[in-house]
Ligand binder design. Structure first.
Ligand SMILES: [Zn+2]
Length: 435
């Protein structure tokens, strides 16, 4: 690795991710909003962004910041083979997941999550928030493994951990003890809340756990309304609790899928209430599209997924995550943020050449995870970049492009990506203008 961690690249950079460009020729973006820039870095930090003059050849590569996975499940990643769910139903996934718990232990989670982080690093991720099944005999071993990996990967990948339990399992004394342990390790509390979730018991339990999280200073991330029925029922309960209790810790709602089934006016009101209480949303289109809206013998035309556009319009911060990777909940995926962006095109009609189409994968995801760097490029920002073998968004999303990853100003060694599929790696010798 270059010891001074110094370099310069000429590449196309998304306009929405650039600030503080030095003087030079007038900048003209392509129709896809890409700017031709010369990006300089030294000692792990970006030092200068300069427009490329008209007399210079156009760049043949694209540059993005290293990206963020706001919602993963590293403890069960790559478990499909032993815990498949061929029917593709939510109930089948849950049953296979619970059965798989019986064989899950520390070593297995170390192996699965280590593989996941390796893939994520090679594909250009810099931070991952993973939910961890935290009930039953596998819970302790999973936490041991993931805390160990969190230490081992510090400096290369930020790993945030969320203790995932059904709502009614948090109010017991063992739930409260777990919450205290999670708080001491800097983790978040995760709640599963889906239909049926009406009634005062749900509201009371939710109020108790939010109050506990607030007292412990733990962020909260809920699996909420991952369903095709009872539109927005869990979110309404959450709003009711937030109207009655002052909660200061950050709250993220993952899924929020059934909300999209609400009529336009109540949907808008609910989105405004979420914005008012500063609740963020992580949309998870892949798992939702696979598990929800199923009807025997029919191709579904109704696809419950967080109403990303309406939420953004109301002022809610929305990120998009990959969720499950090759586990009972979703058989595909590979911790590749570019592949996720490509899938979001048809599933959510999110186009990265629009500011609000790119934000869920970049700045909004960083904001929801509370990361120190929001992913925009400016002098002084980390030289943490992905160099894509593509000169347009269409090329970048047509198939997962070959890429190189810059970590704190040093190129990731190919050895770190040995186990990645060959089509997604880029031998050093193939790199053109990277220097
Ligand atoms: Zn999840």
């Amino acid at each position: 690795m270059n010891p001074s961690r110094q370099g310069c690249i000429e590449a196309w950079v998304p306009r929405g991710l650039v600030s503080a460009v030095a003087g030079g020729p007038a900048l003209e973006a392509t129709a896809e909003g890409l700017l031709p820039l010369s990006v300089h870095w030294n000692q792990g930090k970006i030092t200068r962004l300069e427009p490329i003059g008209l007399q210079r050849p156009e760049p043949r590569q694209m540059l993005l910041p290293r990206l963020v996975e706001p919602h993963a499940h590293l403890d069960k990643a790559f478990s499909w083979r032993e815990a498949h769910n061929l029917a593709g139903t939510y109930e089948g996934a849950l049953a296979a997941n619970l059965a798989e718990h019986r064989s899950r232990d520390r070593n297995l989670v170390l192996k699965r999550a280590g593989r996941a982080l390796q893939h994520g690093l090679g594909h250009g991720l810099r931070a991952v928030r993973s939910h961890v099944d935290s009930l039953g005999p596998a819970a302790d071993g999973s936490w041991e493994a993931l805390l160990e990996l969190q230490r081992q990967w510090r400096g290369r990948m930020e790993l945030q951990l969320v203790a995932l339990r059904p709502l009614d399992q948090w109010t017991s004394s063992s739930g409260r003890q777990l919450a205290a342990r999670v708080a001491r390790s800097g983790g978040l509390l995760g709640i599963v809340l889906g239909p049926p979730c009406h009634g005062s018991d749900t509201c009371r339990a939710l109020g108790q756990i939010l109050g506990l999280a607030d007292q412990l200073g733990c962020g909260i991330d809920l699996h909420i309304d991952e369903a095709s029925t009872d539109p927005g029922a869990g979110l309404r309960q959450l709003i009711r609790v937030l109207q009655q209790n002052r909660i200061e810790v950050p709250i993220t709602c993952s899924h929020a899928s059934s909300m999209s089934l609400l009529p336009a006016t109540p949907l808008r009101r609910l989105a405004e209430q979420l914005a008012c209480h500063q609740v963020g949303v992580v949309a998870l289109p892949l798992t939702n599209a696979w598990l929800l809206g199923r009807q025997i013998g029919a191709t579904p035309v109704q696809r419950p997924i967080a109403p990303i556009r309406q939420l953004q319009r109301a002022g809610v911060t929305v990120a998009v995550g990959g969720d499950n990777v090759q586990d009972p909940w979703f058989p595909a995926g590979n911790f590749d943020p570019l592949a996720l962006m490509a899938m979001a095109l048809p599933l959510a009609q999110l186009a990265p050449w629009q500011r609000l189409g790119l934000a869920p994968f970049t700045t909004a995801a960083a904001q929801l995870l509370g990361l120190a760097w929001n992913g925009t490029l400016f002098p002084g920002a980390p030289a943490d970049l992905i160099l894509l073998d593509a000169s347009s968004w269409a090329e970048a999303l047509a198939s997962p492009p070959r890429r190189r990853v810059l970590v704190e100003g040093g190129w990731l060694e190919p050895a770190c990506r040995d186990d990645l599929p060959q089509t997604q790696t880029m031998p050093i010798a193939d790199v053109g203008s990277g220097r």
